[in-house]
Every structure is written in C-alpha cells, then in structure tokens.
Design a protein around this ligand. Structure first.
Ligand code: PGA
Length: 252
C-alpha cells in the first residue's frame, strides 16, 4: 500500500510571519489526521521558521529547489546541506516553472536528484507536458524523455526515496485540471515506465502525485484513480482551509 502525500508548494509566497500563520493554521486543523503524509514547501527564507513550528508534528518540510553541489562559489544558490540543516526531508526538483524560467534541464534535474539522494533528501521530481506537446500527441514522448533524463544512473535502492509528480504545464495555476481519466492515463504510463526501467516492485511502491489546479472540489475524483497517490498543490495550498480540505477529500 502506498501512503499518499499531500504536498503544498508555496512558490514565491509568504513572508516569515505569513508562513507562521499558515503553518499554525494547518497544524491546528489537521489535528490527528494520519491518512496521508502532509508536506509543506515554503520559500527558502521561511524554511527554518516553519520547521520550528512543525518539528514535533506529523507535518514534514520540503524545499522548492537546490543546487547539485554541497558548497562553493555559487552566488545565490542553496545546497542540500543547508536544506537538511533547516529541517527539510523533501525537495521539489524540476518544477516546470524552473524549467521554463530558470533554465532547468533534464540533465540538471538528474544532477540535483543524485546529490539530494546522496544527502538523504527525498526528491519530488516533476514531469509534465505543455499544451503544444499534448496537442501534437507528444505527451508520452515528452514525459518519457523527462523520466529518462531525471532517472539516469539512479540506483534501485535510491528509488525507495523518490516521489514523482505529474504536472501538466497547461494545468498549473490556470484553473484547468486534467480530467481524472487523462491524469490516470499519464500516471499509468509513468508507472509502466518505472516497471520497465527499474522493476515491478519499485514501480508499485513509488508514489506518483498529480499537480495542476487541484482544489477541494476536484481532489477526490483525481485521487481516487488507481495510480494517483496524492497531490502537489500550488494555489490552494496557500490557505489552510483549502489545503486541509484537499487532504481530507483526497483520502477515501
Ligand atoms: P497550482 O500549482 O496548484 O497552483 O496549479 C501546482 C504546482 O505548480 O505545483
């Protein structure tokens, strides 16, 4: 049985004070909820502040990016050592906004995955097609290329600590969600790819999250699909009520 993950990607929102307010509200309304792993991914500047508030709770901390080096002259970058130091367990890698605006490639995703895993951080590696890819019937080919790049030379042992997020680029922050059938088809494709490139046990155990305009109203149907194991939530994770409602709706 795969334990679902509901992860909030706060993107470039929330000052320290706002982050404290949000995470306290999430903690309070979560109560003893234990049907899913709940992860929050604040901006770097609020990581440690948030960690101080969730340290002894069931909520886990994730970062939104990292560099593939432990330290060095890399002005403006953040290393996995620093993320661990802030209390992070997870790190989002290869989000489409990083690919689109900051030159992230399948190769840099792979370098980041390797160092994150070496350092004991669990990558949430994002893949997804653009609208043009989908309209040209290239969805599977694009996803396959992203998976091939991201997972190059990742060992079977390391796969126990990897989470995949399928986020169609056309569905992020647009209000357009893939239908449950469309999402399930890609999730199934990803799981089949994992079976062929690793093995059936690894494919069966890997959590594959859906992301892209997930809201309390559509969460249940999406998460009810066989191969959808939770969500990576952007906009709706910025308010405790909607984030918690997704967690509660998502889990039967
Ligand atoms: P969204 O973002 O829920 O606002 O569409 C999802 C994401 O980018 O991770």
């Amino acid at each position: 049985m795969r334990v679902p993950i509901i992860a909030g990607n706060w993107k470039m929102y929330k000052t320290m004070g706002e982050a404290m307010g949000l995470v306290n509200a999430i903690k309070k309304s979560l109560g003893s909820f234990d049907k899913a792993e709940v992860v929050v991914c604040p901006p770097f500047t609020a990581l440690n502040t948030v960690y101080g508030l969730i340290e002894n709770s069931m909520i886990k901390l994730g970062a939104q990016n990292l560099l593939w080096e432990k330290e060095g002259a890399f002005t403006g970058e953040i290393s996995p050592v620093m993320l661990k130091d802030c209390g992070c367990e997870y790190v989002i890698i290869g989000h489409s906004e990083r690919r689109q605006y900051f030159g992230e490639t399948n190769e840099t995703v792979n370098k980041k995955m390797k160092l994150a895993l070496d350092m004991g951080l669990m990558p949430i590696v994002c893949v997804g097609e653009t609208l043009a890819d989908r309209e040209a019937n290239k969805t599977n080919a694009v996803i396959e290329a992203q998976l091939k790049g991201a997972f190059a030379d990742i060992s079977n042992d390391d796969m126990a600590n990897v989470v995949v997020a399928y986020e169609p680029v056309w569905g992020i922050g647009t209000g357009k969600t893939a239908t449950p059938d469309m999402a399930q088809a890609v999730h199934k494709f990803i799981r089949t790819w994992l079976t062929s490139n690793f093995n059936a046990d690894i494919a069966e155990a890997t959590r594959i999250l859906y992301g892209g305009s997930v809201k309390p109203e559509n969460a249940k149907e999406l998460m009810a699909q066989d191969d959808i194991d939770g969500g990576l939530i952007g906009g709706a994770s910025l308010k405790a009520e909607s984030f918690i409602a997704i967690a509660r709706n998502a889990i039967a």
